[in-house]
Design a protein around this ligand. Structure first.
Ligand SMILES: *[C@@H]1O[C@H](CO)[C@@H](O)[C@H](O)[C@H]1NC(C)=O
Ligand SMILES: *[C@@H]1O[C@H](CO)[C@@H](O)[C@H](O)[C@H]1NC(C)=O
Length: 366
């Protein structure tokens, strides 16, 4: 062997040694291969790079903790602008199921298997035994079955996203034990039963998106204890009872969507002078007058009260709102003269049609 050959040999040996030190343990590699074996990705070849001993290097979508050299993140998104997708000119499609083998990755911190459209099967029960999980995101698949009853064990969880699947059953009571949770998205599934009464224990939550399910029962008043909650979407369910007055007193709530439920009773006065700027109460059974509670603090990009049983006149105070971008009061039983004023100048007749006897601009004169 010549000098150059010797040097090359040494470099290769050093590289092998250093990557040996940093490579994932065989048990992590075996778990990943078992996870991969339960999935079928026919178009892109995202798993083609999952070869060789060192799953911490150049395995597509896998990354390891710098210190422990254990698998920490699995990130497989079916909608991506990465070269592998650009070359194929398509979004991802994958079938199969999420194997319980992922539970043999004890240092897993984030698992994102999103928007593959065809992944079915159930959420592996055993994920609740992974103490380091911070992010679980399975949005946009065809996952069925229920949410593990002991999901509340995941004390480090900050993001839980099961949106756009076929998950049924109830929201487990233990969910309220996820005291680190910041982002909860369960939209567009088949969840039924009530929102847990102690939902308000989720003190770190800033987005709670539960729309498009079959949830029933009341909106728990405890929701208003969630100090950081900015976005609450409970629309398109079967929620009933009153809208808690306390929702209008929340510090940072800016989007409140309760449309398409079975809510009844009056609209709480507090909602109109709160920090809420996007309010949709459409398609419920709300009764009584529109609260005469608008003022300079009332700033709405969208205010939709359509398809309810509201009666009486549109309150004069509405003219003192600082802004109303989109307004829909149609399909109620309102009557009387539409107030004048800057928030109303740009609105069209469609905002007011299908009421009992509203009149004045932009409808016909009184
Ligand atoms: C929530 O956590 C507490 C304390 O760890 C535990 O006692 C309780 O059973 C948990 N609640 C549920 C519904 O799992
Ligand atoms: C309010 O909700 C209704 C019913 O779900 C929907 O049709 C409407 O577009 C929503 N309004 C706004 C302003 O988003």
């Amino acid at each position: 062997m010549g000098g150059a050959g010797f040097m090359t040999g040494m470099v290769l040996l050093l590289m092998a040694l250093s990557s040996g030190v940093r490579s994932c343990p065989p048990s992590d590699r075996a778990a990943l291969l078992a996870f991969r074996a339960a999935l079928h990705e026919p178009h892109l070849g995202i798993f083609n790079s999952w070869t060789g001993a060192d799953c911490c290097h150049n395995w597509y979508g896998v990354s390891c903790d710098q210190e422990t050299h254990r698998v920490a993140d699995i990130t497989l998104r079916g909608e991506s602008e990465e070269p592998i997708f650009e070359r194929a000119h398509r979004t991802g499609y994958m079938t199969g199921y999420i194997s319980p083998a992922i539970c043999k990755l004890p240092r897993l911190s984030s698992i994102i298997i999103a928007d593959w459209k065809g992944i079915s099967g159930e959420i592996p029960r055993c994920i609740t035994t992974l103490p380091f999980l911070r992010i679980v995101d399975f949005i946009g698949n065809r996952i069925s079955g229920s949410i593990p009853a002991d999901i509340g064990r995941l004390q480090r969880l900050t993001v839980l996203n099961f949106a756009d699947n076929q998950i049924s059953g109830t929201i487990p009571a233990s969910l309220a034990n996820l005291t680190s949770l910041m982002h909860l998205d369960l939209r567009n599934n088949l969840l039924s039963g009530p929102i847990p009464r102690n939902f308000g224990s989720l003190r770190m939550l800033s987005r709670a998106l539960l729309s498009g399910n079959r949830l029933s029962g009341p909106i728990p008043g405890s929701v208003s204890l969630i100090y950081r909650l900015a976005d609450l979407d409970l629309s398109r369910n079967q929620l009933s009872g009153l809208i808690p007055e306390s929702l209008g007193k929340m510090a940072v709530l800016s989007t409140l969507n309760l449309d398409f439920n079975k809510l009844s009773g009056p609209i709480p006065v507090s909602l109109f002078s709160s920090g809420i700027s996007d309010l949709n109460l459409s398609r419920n059974a709300l009764q009584g007058n529109i609260p005469d509670a608008f003022g300079p603090r009332s700033y709405f990009t969208a205010l939709d009260l359509s398809y309810n049983n509201l009666k009486g006149a549109i309150p004069k105070s509405v003219s003192s709102a600082s802004y109303i971008g989109h307004l829909d009061l149609s399909h109620n039983h309102l009557c009387g003269k539409i107030p004048l004023g800057s928030p109303f100048d740009h609105l069209e007749a469609s905002s007011f049609v299908y009421n009992d006897c509203l009149c004045g601009k932009p409808l016909k004169p009184c």
